[in-house]
Design a protein around this ligand. Structure first.
Ligand SMILES: [Fe+2]
Length: 462
């Protein structure tokens, strides 16, 4: 027996002698130490079947100090589902396993497949990652006790969630074995207190749905909807996480409080008729007439809003009502949890604040205002690595995309920048006097030859 055991041992030793590529990383400065500048590459939403991870490659080649990944590092879907496009077969990126991932080994196989992308490999080799999950690391539109994409015949949700969380911790630099508590902070000297939150799993109550509030006559029951959305007991973070956030933010003397989290925090109130029109297209039954109606509507509302901003005294009440009857754009985002958003804003009052967000697959820059109209800070929300943005709904006709971008920034108060069609990341730079968001995009995810373009540069001074 002994020689055999020895042979086996030597075999293992040979295996252990294999050399990996040499990676690079940096460590945090001492708490409170003087730090002049910091660059964080903000990214989210890499869908393997949709295309090459050129955005990760661009980040690897950038001068970012650290990558902040806001989730959707993997997607749970099976072959032919969300994200599938002309690249999927052509670039040999059909999801592995081919079915929706459910078991421990399914989730592990999916991470291993994503890690075959050379852009992602290079990003991990060159940069340290700070990560949180969003929904797709578990399954779509996840919350504490369920998810939109978890069906009864897929087994017990809690057990699936536990498996997904365990594998997330196996493949990414994060500890997930502490009751799935991943909220934590990173102090970059005296410059930035990076507060990473979990808006998805630990405390989130189920999302509201407009469809539950339509009356038989087809109109929204505004009173019932307002009461539901204003329920002070509905949580996105939950009281324990919020209490932890209160102490870390309150106790920090850093120049900047930077909140890294998943979903849009800006107040995205869209004229109701525009939201319904977009909903009709998103339902997948749009005809060319539906698109024409949307463009016509955008034109009409934009004219009315422009006149309102110019204080045009000839605007009728009916016209004003068209632009002032607004609804929150996405009930899965902070707009669906406005009471707790105000609680978080109250912790940030008087601090220099930047909020980072992913999830939407589009790029945004919002002013963050509390219910009293006080500016709390700004939101730098990144586009996706590959997941489709608004162009997935509306097509990539430049005039249509530009029309939607212009209409949104005009019609949504506090929205200052919106890119509706390009894949990219945000380079967030910090000095003691300013925070800068450089919105960067790649020109293709179809080929390894790509170029990086700069979008907006947003600057927030202390
Ligand atoms: Fe996503």
């Amino acid at each position: 027996m002994r020689p055999k055991a020895t042979i086996f041992y030597r075999f293992v030793q040979e295996e252990l002698r294999a050399e990996s590529v040499i990676g690079e990383t940096i460590t945090l400065p001492q708490a409170g130490a003087s730090l002049d500048s910091l660059k964080l590459a903000i990214c989210s939403c890499s869908n393997f079947p949709a295309g090459l991870f050129n955005v990760y490659d661009a980040i690897a080649h950038s001068d970012a100090d650290v990558v902040v990944h806001l989730g959707d590092y993997i997607y749970e879907y099976g072959e032919g589902d969300y994200g599938t496009n002309h690249n999927t077969e052509a670039l040999n990126r059909v999801h592995d396993p081919k079915t929706e991932i459910l078991s421990l080994e399914d989730y592990r196989m999916r991470y291993r497949q994503y890690r075959t992308d050379e852009g992602l490999q290079l990003a991990h080799q060159k940069k340290p990652f700070i990560v949180v999950w969003d929904d797709h690391e578990i399954t779509n539109d996840a919350y504490k006790t369920g998810a939109e994409n978890h069906d009864e015949d897929e087994g017990n949700y809690q057990q699936r969630k536990n498996r997904a969380i365990r594998v997330h911790g196996e493949y990414l630099p994060i500890r997930t074995d502490n009751g799935a508590i991943i909220y934590r902070n990173f102090e970059f000297g005296n410059l930035v207190n990076l507060v990473m939150l979990d808006t998805r799993i630990i405390g989130r109550d189920k999302q509201l749905s407009f469809s539950d509030y339509f009356r038989a006559d087809g109109n929204l029951d505004v009173a019932a909807f307002s009461q539901a959305i204003g329920d002070p007991s509905r949580n996105l973070l939950g009281p324990e996480q919020l209490s932890w956030a209160s102490s870390t933010i309150g106790g920090s003397g850093a120049s900047w409080q930077v909140i890294g989290q998943q979903v849009l925090m800006g107040k995205m109130f869209v004229p109701a008729e525009l939201l319904l029109s977009i909903g009709a297209i998103a339902s997948g039954n749009a005809t060319p007439e539906t698109f024409q109606q949307l463009l016509q509507l955008i034109t009409e509302l934009s004219v009315l809003k422009t006149r309102a901003l110019q204080n045009d005294p000839t605007l009728t009440n009916a016209e004003l009502s068209r632009i002032n009857s607004v609804l929150p754009y996405n009930l899965d985002a902070w707009d669906g949890y406005p009471v707790e958003r105000e609680r978080l804003f109250s912790l940030l009052k008087g601090k220099n604040t930047v909020v980072l967000a992913g999830d939407t697959h589009n790029a945004w820059n919002n002013d963050l205002l509390d219910s009293g109209g006080n500016k709390i800070g700004e939101e730098f929300a990144c586009s996706s690595v590959t997941s489709p943005g608004f162009e997935g709904l509306f097509g990539d006709d430049p005039d249509t995309i530009m029309g939607i971008e212009r209409a949104f920034t005009l019609l949504i108060d506090n929205l200052k920048y919106f890119d509706a069609s390009r894949r990219g990341y945000v380079m967030a730079g910090f000095t003691s006097g300013s925070a800068t968001a450089s919105y960067r995009f790649v020109d293709t995810i179809d080929s390894e030859n790509y170029l990086v373009f700069e979008g907006k540069n947003a600057v927030l001074n202390t």
